[in-house]
Ligand binder design. Structure first.
Ligand SMILES: Nc1ncnc2c1ncn2[C@@H]1O[C@H](COP(=O)(O)OP(=O)(O)OP(=O)(O)O)[C@@H](O)[C@H]1O
Length: 308
């Protein structure tokens, strides 16, 4: 087995082994293992406080674990010196919960923050050009660049945060609850945007979510956090076949069933169309519009599926 591959031959982009995290006497993770494969959208779910964000912070080096090994792109991330850590950090983008935009900077200036951090010598004209490109790429109107976060809607703030996360042309994207707080139409459009970008740019995506619709719509696999570790990882069908009570309740409870029904309606709608591939491409290419069928299905599944 080559370094950085699992026994199926998949490239492993993130590899976490034996992770332990604690705060005081409170142990959050113990013996946690996780692998993220190149090119997949991995959904990460778990009850509130199970440590999804702490796991993400550990992987991106904002949280030093008590124990365990973490490699990203085959490179260990714990205990690296600043130069080595910077070289790895350049290759990923992060959308934190709530967007975490700097309120005193415009959208364009927010997008330029990582560029200025990593490439101090870039001329302002090029920074402006890159920011303008990223703004449009995430479905924001071109005139959003000079606006301040307070002037944006919730959905636009998420897109601005995503534009910043994409500033460095990352290979790997970390998203912490990207659709939290969005209405169903906005959430479906944002899912479409993530999927479209992932396909177009060949990204690997680590996506923390409570949103069952997002899991069904765009995730290739889902990792479930409970009991301080990843208790299961696989496709939704594979997870449904496990008998862990939390997983069973999650997918087979009223919200899980509603999301599944929504997805079935969506699939049936696509199947009925004479050109299903074209429809799907159209939907993902124009994420800011939000596919009508997507939204209709999401609305159906909405009875209780969305936490926020
Ligand atoms: N800096 C910190 N200091 C102390 N405790 C912390 C710190 N960061 C996180 N925790 C605790 O770690 C636990 C896991 O937090 P985390 O934010 O990772 O949960 P989560 O699974 O992302 O939850 P949610 O779904 O509600 O966002 C929580 O009990 C939280 O209070």
């Amino acid at each position: 087995m080559a370094r950085g591959q699992n026994d199926r031959g998949d490239d492993i982009i993130v590899d976490v082994e034996g992770l332990r995290n604690s705060f005081g006497t409170s142990v959050i993770h113990e013996g946690l293992d996780l692998q993220v494969r190149r090119g997949e959208i991995l959904g990460v779910v778990g009850g509130s406080g199970t440590g999804k964000s702490v796991l993400m912070r550990s992987i991106i080096g904002l949280q030093t674990p008590d124990a365990g090994e973490i490699t990203v792109f085959g490179e260990p991330t714990v205990g690296r010196d600043e130069t080595e850590a910077t070289a790895i950090r350049k290759r990923w983008g992060v959308l934190f919960q709530g967007g975490a935009l700097f309120s005193t900077l415009t959208v364009a200036e927010n997008v330029q923050v990582p560029l200025r951090e990593f490439y101090r010598e870039l001329p302002q004209s090029l920074l402006d050009e890159i920011a303008a490109y990223k703004v449009v790429m995430t479905g924001l109107p071109a005139d959003a660049g000079p606006k301040y976060p307070a002037e944006l809607s919730g959905g636009m703030k998420k897109r601005a945060g995503l534009a910043r996360a994409l500033a460095m042309d990352p290979e790997l994207l970390f998203l912490d609850e990207p659709t939290a707080g969005l209405d169903p139409i906005g959430a479906a459009a944002f899912d479409g945007l993530i999927q479209s970008l992932q396909r177009t740019l060949g990204l690997t995506v680590f996506l923390i979510t409570h949103d069952l619709d997002t899991l069904y719509a765009i995730c290739d696999r889902v990792a479930v956090l409970a009991d301080k570790k990843v208790i299961a990882i696989g496709t939704i069908d594979e997870l449904k076949a496990t008998d862990h009570p939390w997983i069973h309740e999650y997918f087979e409870g009223p919200r899980g069933r509603a999301a599944a029904t929504g997805q079935e309606l969506l699939s049936a709608d696509h199947d009925a169309d004479a050109h299903p591939t074209e429809v799907r491409e159209k939907q993902t290419e124009q994420p800011s519009q939000g596919g009508v069928s997507d939204n209709a299905a999401r609305g159906t599944a909405q009875e209780g599926t969305r936490k926020n």
